[in-house]
Design a protein around this ligand. Sequence first.
Ligand code: AMP
Length: 264
Amino acid sequence: MGKRWVSLRMRAADREGRHRSGAERLVPLEHSRAAVLPLLERGWSALGAEPGRVFLTAEPIPEEQIRWVEALPARTVCVSCAQEGQQRAIEMLVDRCGVSPQAARSAVEWMRAGPNPSGGNMRGAMLLDRETGERLEEDPSRGVRVSCVDLDPASRARFDLWFQGGFPPTRFREAWTLAAKVATAETIVAELCWSDDPHYLPGYVASRTIGYVRFTVLKEAGNPFGGRAYFVDRSRFDRSALVAFLERAPVLVRLSDPSLIAEV
Ligand code: AMP
């Protein structure tokens, strides 16, 4: 029998069940106890003084089911303001990733105003037709939450050693890991993301062809909205297969060569 792994998921929600925070890990069984505590703390701190709940789910994953994927090369583009960052992100989606200008602009508009059609943020990502920008999620107020993915422990150690605890922030590591899984979904041609944290301004465009391109500013300071947009090729789109892959297929990301992320 192969090694035993555990998929861990955390979700914090307020009293009305509104999403406040989420996180996912895929760790060897022997690391799972230590991995739970930071998730729990993250959930509590997202709720702050608000009454609410933190849900933790742990699910065993047989090693044979795990698919290994290579990490994306990453680099940073410095921009001076959100307007410039959004303009350059749109250009990259259009010129390099096969997304139409209309679809790229529509993702930016949703993320600026809050991608949840009932107002505010979503728990998961939007699925957008890369040609028309049409929303394709089954439930657009929830979106698709990518789970069951992590950097494998040896790659994580390589990552930490390379950066010696300095830049980049944890947020980069987590988003770049998630993006590696998303980039392997054949029907997704590209991704756009920025945080819903009003104080965290960087964001990225990622795809199999361009890797992970981080922009120093993609949102206006103080804006509480953010999200993720996955642009899909409608001609090959099978929603239930894609959602099953993103939400449940176990994926470990391998960083064989840390110089891949030397320019981040
Ligand atoms: P964050 O970078 O954690 O601030 O997340 C920004 C937005 O991305 C969130 O508001 C969600 O809409 C979306 N998001 C966060 N985590 C995931 C995930 N694991 N899968 C899909 N979408 C996510």
